[in-house]
Design a protein around this ligand. Structure first.
Ligand SMILES: [Ca+2]
Length: 306
């Protein structure tokens, strides 16, 4: 079986305290990376860190930690963008140059589970390499501006964070006609990890023990919001790469539209933002993942516990 040639671009924030407000950061990137590390049908060529859920000063060492502890340091790790693309001053970085060097040698599937800034920068600096990108798998998008995601029954509308943090990066992928697959909250909100899952992981190998321990505070944060578990958003992207047959998708067209920002309370047409919308209307063709197979949870746990 030919292995899938993959590059991971991640805003790993496992176990970090939030830098902008109270509470802990997302743990889901950690699950996605662990799942890819365990997949027999995947070869990982590199990990590039990006800002997002946390600062690049955190996501970069966390990426190094995961490669060192759980992949025998066999996967090179690079420091990528610390902020969104500035069209007035486009600068490459170590991660973008490393990704470009790898793409010069071979085609890659990019799992971009943070803001797509590094991919956007690559397209600006190395546009000739666009055809070497087989597919970019991202966590973003929705069907309508009125669709929203909220944690539990007390949660405010959440941001479509990866897209919100760098709209231009997504636009660049569309304009370069990159094959884009989106795993939005519509699919990840159907997948839950709960206390008993963390307990199973805690009895497993080193990587699972680590992520289970680091997920406790994150899980508690969701329980405090009225949920019974948490949605491991980014794992839908890794699972799609490993076993696309477990993920249900449809071809849609994606475009950027500006509407009132639904994450701002009492927003009286004062704050607007871009939305990444996917439907049958006009736009750039994408693969939109929206559901999982009925026994998905079992399959996910199996892929992590092996
Ligand atoms: Ca992420």
């Amino acid at each position: 079986m030919a292995k899938k040639q993959v590059w991971i671009d991640t805003d790993l924030s496992v176990g970090m305290k939030r830098h902008i407000r109270e509470g802990y950061c997302d743990v889901d990137d950690g699950y996605a990376v662990l799942q890819l590390l365990k997949a027999e049908n995947v070869q990982i060529h590199g990990i590039s860190a990006v800002f997002g859920n946390t600062l690049i000063e955190n996501s970069y060492p966390l990426s190094q930690y995961m490669s060192k502890e759980f992949a025998g340091n066999n996967i090179p790790v690079y420091k990528g963008a610390g902020e969104a693309i500035n069209l007035q001053k486009v600068e490459s970085n170590e991660a973008v140059d490393a990704l470009a060097n790898t793409l010069k040698k071979q085609k890659l599937i990019i799992m971009a589970i943070g803001p797509a800034t590094n991919v956007g920068l690559l397209l600006l600096k190395y546009p000739e390499l666009a055809s070497q990108i087989e597919e970019v798998v991202l966590v973003a998008g929705r069907r309508k501006p009125t669709d929203y995601f909220a944690i539990g029954n007390k949660g405010n509308h959440a941001r479509d964070l990866n897209f919100d943090l760098d709209n231009d990066a997504f636009r660049l992928m569309f304009e370069h006609h990159i094959a884009v697959t989106l795993c939005p909250f519509e699919i990840s909100s159907k997948v839950w990890l709960a206390k008993e899952d963390l307990e199973k992981l805690a009895e497993s190998d080193k990587g699972n023990q680590w992520i289970a321990e680091k997920s406790k505070a994150w899980l508690q944060q969701w329980i405090d919001q009225g949920a019974e578990g948490f949605n491991p958003f980014d794992v839908l992207a890794s699972h799609y790469i490993i076993s696309p047959e477990d993920i249900i998708s449809e071809p849609l067209n994606a475009r950027l539209e500006i509407h009132p920002d639904d994450t701002v309370k009492e927003n009286n047409q004062e704050v607007f933002k871009q939305y990444l919308l996917c439907d049958k209307g006009s736009g750039y063709p994408v693969k939109y993942c929206y559901n999982v197979v009925p026994d998905y949870h079992e399959k996910l746990m199996k892929s992590l516990l092996k």
